[in-house]
Unconditional design. Structure first.
Length: 512
């Protein structure tokens, strides 16, 4: 195994996430890509409007909690309305996730296996892309991972010296346990005020405290653990309530109307969710196979290891199995616990390779009677063989992002170059307004597929917005059906100035 124990703990604790930060900056074209995902424009439009004094939820339509919008708005005021600055903020959150993940695994398995597991997380599908995309999912998950690391610090015996459920001998461990629990609950509460889907991880964290971290703990109930779980849950709930009081309250009609509208769910996703979840597992099949070995070890050989990643995976699976639609950016909810479990499996693979002349054990005769170590070793070889493929796919996708950005950036330059002053830009590509330094009507900050499917952004509503704001320019290029529905009104009041690459730009006739 990699011998990292000799290095100072602080060097690894900070060095690994900083290394990830540097690699992501080097690999990902954050300055040359218009958008890694259309949701980037939505988040930037909301943050820009909020920074100019418009309030969330009314008039800014928004179906998400407010915290990332508030943070992003303040960040852009501090560093300027630049796409690189916004993506660096999200990359900072991703670095927190990576650092928390590494340090959590280091508590359980040591720094060598933790480093291998963390590198595996980097290589999961779309992880680097999501690490620089101005979206809510990864920042919310980063705070959850930080909360989990703090839980491990106070509950896993290897490091804490006084695990929850045992009787501390001194005042210092008691103080640390309580502060750690409260800090962890606060982090989880903050994550819920970024994106509500992290509520799926509440059972995993609460059971980790209330029932015990491992299979051995689960076999014996202790009231001290339950009290710790309730303290953590109270800190989490209080954080959510305080932020809810200090920020605009989240209207249930905007949330439920888009996220749980039955008609829109069916129209946006035809495959059953359980099948898509299986496809998620197949995306990184090498890690999924190793994770299977990790689950076996949890129940057969190492019942002292934390069950949290398995409970996490089960909670997410049950929560999403009947929810629609599932987007690709939900995948980290699955990939993080899978890689965690796969790292458990790695321990058996390395035990296999430590054997003298281990390669002889791959003879076809020995394959008739496989061992857990041999199976794990085979899965590890499979993972190593797939690594160049994953790197090549990431490089290809980055090339595509940059190539697709060039014609759209040219249109945006034309939008900026209009001699007449432009106050409003009506567009189904909110990222264009951010690049052009213009505002979209607050009701259009969230111009999304889900909102169109749910009916909250109907053709009549879009026409009303056009009539109310009389935007000087219109730029359409994402939803052809929307453009076709608006064409009669646009033809009457606007003139086309550009039509190419599936993008059409209109200018108000009075500005000709």
């Amino acid at each position: 195994m990699i011998h990292l124990e000799r290095l100072p703990r602080s060097v690894l604790a900070l060095g690994v996430p900083l290394l990830f930060f540097a690699i992501a900056l080097w690999v990902m074209p954050i300055a040359d890509t218009l958008q890694f995902d259309p949701d980037e424009g939505i988040e930037l439009a909301k943050a820009t409007l909020y920074g100019q004094g418009y309030q969330l939820y009314d008039p800014i339509w928004n179906d998400q909690p407010p915290l990332l919008t508030l943070l992003l708005s303040g960040w852009l005021k501090l560093f300027g309305p630049q796409i690189v600055a916004a993506r660096l903020l999200v990359l900072g959150f991703a670095t927190v996730l990576v650092g928390s993940f590494f340090n959590t695994l280091a508590l359980i398995l040591g720094p060598g296996f933790a480093l291998l597991g963390t590198v595996g997380l980097w290589l999961t599908l779309d992880f680097l892309r999501l690490s620089v995309s101005v979206m809510q999912g990864l920042p919310a998950l980063a705070l959850v991972m930080l909360a989990i690391y703090l839980l491990m610090r106070v509950s896993f015996p290897r490091e804490s010296g006084s695990a929850i459920g045992s009787k501390p001998r001194t005042i210092a461990p008691i103080l640390w346990n309580n502060l750690g629990l409260i800090a962890s609950g606060i982090c989880f509460g903050l994550s819920l005020q970024i994106k509500l889907y992290t509520a799926l991880l509440l059972p995993a964290c609460f059971l980790h405290l209330a029932a015990g971290s491992s299979l051995q703990d689960w076999q014996q109930f202790k009231a001290r653990r339950l009290r710790s779980g309730l303290v953590w849950l109270a800190a989490c709930a209080l954080t959510v309530l305080v932020i809810g009081q200090l920020t605009p309250s989240l209207p249930l009609d905007q949330v439920l109307g888009t996220h749980f509208d039955g008609a829109s769910q069916v129209s946006l996703q035809r495959e059953p969710s359980w099948l898509l979840l299986l496809m998620f597992l197949a995306q990184d099949l090498d890690y999924t196979l190793l994770a299977g070995v990790g689950v076996y070890l949890l129940f057969k050989q190492r019942p002292s290891w934390p069950l949290l990643p398995l409970v996490w995976l089960a909670s997410v699976w049950m929560g999403l199995a009947y929810y629609q639609p599932l987007w690709y950016h939900y995948y980290p909810l699955i990939s993080v616990p899978v890689v965690w479990l796969a790292t458990y499996g790695l321990t058996q693979a390395f035990s296999f390779f430590r054997q003298k002349q281990w390669y002889r054990n791959f003879h076809w005769r020995t394959l008739k009677h496989p061992t857990v170590k041999g199976i794990a070793a085979g899965f590890l070889i499979f993972a190593i063989a797939l690594t160049p493929v994953k790197l090549a796919v990431n490089a290809y996708l980055n090339h595509q992002f940059v190539a697709e950005s060039k014609p759209k950036l040219e249109v945006i330059r034309q939008v900026r170059a209009l001699p007449s002053p432009t106050r409003w830009l009506f567009t189904d590509l909110p990222i264009a307004a951010f690049y052009a330094g213009l505002n979209v009507p607050p009701e259009l900050a969230v111009f999304s597929t889900k909102r169109i499917a749910s009916g909250s952004l109907s053709d009549a509503e879009l026409t009303r917005i056009l009539q109310t704001y009389r935007p000087e320019q219109v730029l359409l290029g994402r939803y052809p059906k929307v453009q076709a529905a608006l064409e009669p009104y646009l033809s009457q009041h606007y003139v086309k100035r550009y039509e190419k690459e599936k993008m059409t730009r209109y200018v108000l006739k009075s500005l000709k």
